[in-house]
Design a protein around this ligand. Structure first.
Ligand SMILES: C[S@@+](CC[C@H](N)C(=O)[O-])C[C@H]1O[C@@H](n2cnc3c(N)ncnc32)[C@H](O)[C@@H]1O
Length: 296
């Protein structure tokens, strides 16, 4: 895998505090909770949360025995650890979604929420997710939808030059992309996912609504509007429930990690401060309960 796509850097970011806790986004958080509740399986063995950030959604994966929080930013994972604590139930892994350090077919579920929109090569990231899932697993993907009503009106009234109807991604800020629903569905299918259900989310994400309507009413209205998601997608956020289909190359039996540099299986007893690749010699730190599989 020669290509090393750029990564949007959240190291040292106060994203959770500034965007969520103090950012007036109770509505967005509540409607995402509704969507997740509708799409999540009731339980499972091992869940992978890609781009977990500070663990805002992790507490929502209640039925899962073990959850691996993966994020490129170590400081986001430290915040997640503060929120969730150190325990057998949670594993914290700093790694690049484009180079996952796990054995193929390891997980029986995965989520990627508010993270695909940082991917310049979304299909490549989705391929990685598919590889580490068992056949039949559930994968819940959230993406930012360029074909939303606000963008359509802005385009019609010439307040915006780019077309919300074209299938190519729009990079509205560096490493921040909105995608067309058809393009996302194509990438999912190309990477061996069968789409089971789509929910459109955050229909009323506008200052006007948030200012003049009570939160409870907005959440109720969005919960109803979400149900039209299979028919059309005109909201700024879309949740897609997928099933991993077809077979992939099997992982090495009994191993959890693989080297993100050369893909050789890694032996790890969980207690050492380093994991070393016997093939390429790469050394990965395991410090303060966080594995670091980012390549230098
Ligand atoms: C907008 S935040 C969302 C966090 C969380 N999912 C939430 O909804 O609260 C995006 C997260 O994706 C992570 N991220 C971005 N690019 C990544 C990559 N290539 N690999 C792993 N994580 C990445 C960032 O570090 C950041 O924590």
């Amino acid at each position: 895998m020669a290509e090393k796509p750029p990564v949007c850097n959240y190291e040292g970011s106060d994203y959770q505090t500034s965007f969520w806790d103090q950012g007036g986004r109770a509505y967005e958080d509540a409607v995402e909770q509704v969507a997740l509740k509708r799409l999540l399986p009731t339980g499972g063995r091992l869940m992978l949360e890609l781009g977990a950030g500070a663990g805002r959604n992790t507490v929502r994966y209640q039925g899962f025995k073990r959850i691996v929080l993966l994020d490129y930013s170590r400081t986001q994972l430290l915040q997640a650890q503060e929120r969730l604590g150190k325990s057998e139930r949670y594993m914290y892994v700093a790694a690049d979604a484009y180079r996952l350090p796990f054995q193929n077919g390891l997980f029986d579920a995965a989520t990627m929420i508010r993270t695909l929109h940082h991917m310049a090569l979304p299909s490549m990231a989705l391929r990685q997710v598919r590889n580490v899932l068992m056949e039949g697993s559930t994968f819940i993907l959230e993406y930012a939808n360029k074909q939303n009503l606000k963008a359509i009106f802005r385009y019609i009234f010439r307040r915006q030059t780019w077309s919300p109807f074209s299938h190519d991604p729009i990079e509205f800020a560096a490493l921040n992309f909105d995608f067309h629903p058809t393009a996302v569905r194509d990438w999912l299918v190309q990477n061996q996912f069968a789409i089971e259900r789509q929910l459109t989310v955050s229909h009323f994400r506008m200052q006007f609504f948030k200012r003049f309507f009570p939160l409870k009413l907005l959440v109720t209205m969005d919960s109803l509007a979400q149900l039209t998601g299979n028919a059309w997608q005109l909201s700024p956020s879309v949740f897609v429930k997928n099933r991993a289909v077809g077979s992939c190359t099997a992982g090495e039996h009994g191993l959890f990690f693989k080297c993100p540099a050369c893909e050789t299986g890694l032996r790890d007893d969980g207690n050492s401060s380093q994991v070393v690749c016997s093939n390429c010699g790469s050394v990965f730190e395991h410090v303060d309960g966080i594995y670091d599989f980012r390549l230098k």
